[in-house]
Design a protein around this ligand. Structure first.
Ligand code: PEP
Length: 281
């Protein structure tokens, strides 16, 4: 990841026609958890309407509570990839929690036979699942979105990325998603986007921010923007080049993290906001 040898020379990479580097801004707006073909298709259609070719789709959900919705797993992959192909989506960020999921994704992508690609997401709860990290590092097919571990130091999270890179896969984007504190409200986590320049200084990884999991609530004051927008602004101004953000066609019916999901009608505004902030960067 560029730490042992120092210089930030070759930051970034290209995958499936999408560039991940310091100059790009990739908006990965999508479903935290896939719940139906209709939600997926509505989301992909909204993205296509805005000319966006990247998204997030959760099939394998690492839930804190075993009695809550665990994700649809491999059975939703065929319609996720079919819809992505139909709407020209190039890269889908998708969390995997077990090595078997990588094979399932590979198989489903091959069956779909279109030009969609996947970025393997390592969730905060698996940040130190070293065996999973090694397997993800050994495969060369997919790039990786690594989410900062909860309850561990930044240094420990960067070392976890070395587990992926040292196995042979240097295509890693580092994602800040807020840190857990004992302080509670007003947000789900404490926004840690001031660490964007720190990660950029210490490594050659492009940096992503996830304002949805950091903030945890999508509502806006009557005269203002949702805090999620402000957090994105902070992340982009600090130098992030990728944004992971939750949307849902009907957030009140979402099976996972509905309160933090933006509505599809807000996608255009978010895209404009992102462009304006980035132009000022
Ligand atoms: C997610 O992005 O769906 C997720 C579960 O995030 P995190 O691992 O950051 O909690």
């Amino acid at each position: 990841i560029g730490r042992h040898g120092g210089q930030r020379t070759t930051a970034g990479f290209e995958y499936n026609g999408v560039t991940f580097d310091d100059r790009s801004v990739n908006l990965f707006a999508g479903l935290c958890a896939v719940d139906s073909p209709e939600s997926v298709d509505a989301m992909m259609a909204a993205l296509a309407g805005c000319g966006i070719t990247t998204t997030r789709m959760g099939a394998y959900k690492p839930r804190t509570n075993p009695y809550e919705f665990q994700g649809l797993g491999a059975k939703c992959l065929p319609y996720v990839f079919e819809s992505a192909g139909k709407h020209g989506i190039k890269v889908i960020a998708m969390e995997v929690t077990h090595p078997r999921h990588i094979d399932e994704i590979n198989d489903a992508l091959k069956k779909a036979g279109n030009s969609t690609g996947v970025m393997l997401q390592v969730g905060t709860r698996n940040a130190q699942n070293f065996e999973l990290l090694k397997v993800i590092g050994q495969q060369r097919t997919f790039p990786v979105l690594f989410k900062r571990g909860m309850g561990i130091t930044l240094e420990e999270s960067l070392n976890a990325c070395e587990y992926v890179a040292s196995e042979g896969n240097p295509k890693i984007v580092f994602c800040l998603r807020g840190v857990k504190t004992h302080l509670g409200d007003p947000h789900r986590n404490m926004v840690d986007f001031a660490h964007v320049p720190v990660v950029r200084r210490l490594t050659r990884m492009p940096v992503c921010v996830d304002p949805s999991h950091a903030i945890g609530r999508a509502e806006a004051p009557p005269d203002g923007l949702p805090d999620i927008f402000h957090a994105i602004g902070q992340g982009l101004i600090a130098g992030a080049s990728m944004v992971l953000v939750d949307f849902h066609p009907t957030p009140e019916k979402a099976l996972c993290d509905g309160p933090q999901a933006l509505r599809l009608e807000q996608l255009g505004a978010l895209q404009r906001y992102t462009n304006i902030v980035r132009a000022a960067y």
